[in-house]
Design a protein around this ligand. Structure first.
Ligand SMILES: Cc1cc2nc3c(=O)[nH]c(=O)nc-3n(C[C@H](O)[C@H](O)[C@H](O)COP(=O)(O)O)c2cc1C
Length: 221
């Protein structure tokens, strides 16, 4: 799979077609949710053909059309929950994208989900998904210098690593992160403070994993 194409083609979509997802795709999604829960210990829950959660018209920013499928991102309360949900949630979101579906992370602009949340658990976000009525568009990005010290350590690999990070979705498109490249070829992702930045951090970490895989495969070709 070309991971760079996958992340380049992903944009948040909030208007969907009134089309049901085929049974074979639903089964693949259920299986992916099951295996991610097994790997992570999280309690993600998928709901198909459930129109109530995104029905509200009260939001001017972040309102949805035909958002009848979603995954509730639930896990046991802990200081790391945001990061974990971001990482495994983005794995799931890109899986949906690869199945030809469109998606959107939703922290705030949704109604009550159908998820069963135990006392020791928390629902941090949802992922809305279906066939898009549009493809979305590339988000504005901060300057490379605001997001990293790439100027000091410019090379092809580092520029790819930074591109994967810049393409990651972040809450309110805030991009509150800094990528510090080092002399020995390694780098460190630093989280800045703000709402949902732990989830954003986990999402970017997942993009970094894909960036490394992409770079490895590119050099094997
Ligand atoms: C943690 C998180 C929470 C988000 N919450 C919402 C939300 O409540 N409503 C909404 O419409 N979009 C939400 N988004 C989507 C962002 O606005 C979107 O990812 C960002 O503007 C970048 O655009 P892109 O996804 O098209 O690249 C959220 C994204 C993330 C990562």
């Amino acid at each position: 799979m070309d991971y760079l194409d996958l992340v380049r083609n992903r944009h948040s979509v909030r208007k969907f077609k009134d089309l049901k997802i085929q049974e074979d795709k639903k089964n693949k999604i259920k299986e992916k949710v099951r295996s991610l829960n097994e790997e992570s210990g999280l309690n993600f829950q998928v709901f198909f053909d459930e129109p109530k959660c995104f029905k509200s018209k009260i939001f001017t920013y972040g309102s949805f059309k035909n958002a009848n499928n979603y995954i509730s991102l639930v896990g046991e309360k802990s200081t790391d929950l945001g990061k974990k949900i971001g990482y495994f949630g983005q794995d799931l979101l890109l899986f949906l994208q690869d199945l030809g579906l469109n998606t959107c992370w939703v922290g705030l602009t949704h109604g009550k989900s159908m998820a069963k949340i135990n006392k020791n658990e928390k629902e941090l976000c949802l992922i809305a998904f279906a066939y898009g009525d549009e493809r979305g568009k590339i988000h504005k990005s901060k300057d490379d210098d605001d997001l990293s010290n790439i100027k000091e350590f410019y090379n092809e690999k580092n520029s790819i690593i930074l591109e994967f990070c810049k393409l990651a979705p972040t809450a309110l498109n805030q991009q509150k992160f800094y990528l510090e490249f080092k002399e020995d070829g390694t780098y460190k992702l630093i989280r800045k403070k703000g709402p949902y930045t732990k989830v954003d951090f986990g999402i970017i970490k997942y993009h970094l994993k894909l960036a490394e895989k992409y770079w490895e495969e590119k050099n094997e070709r």
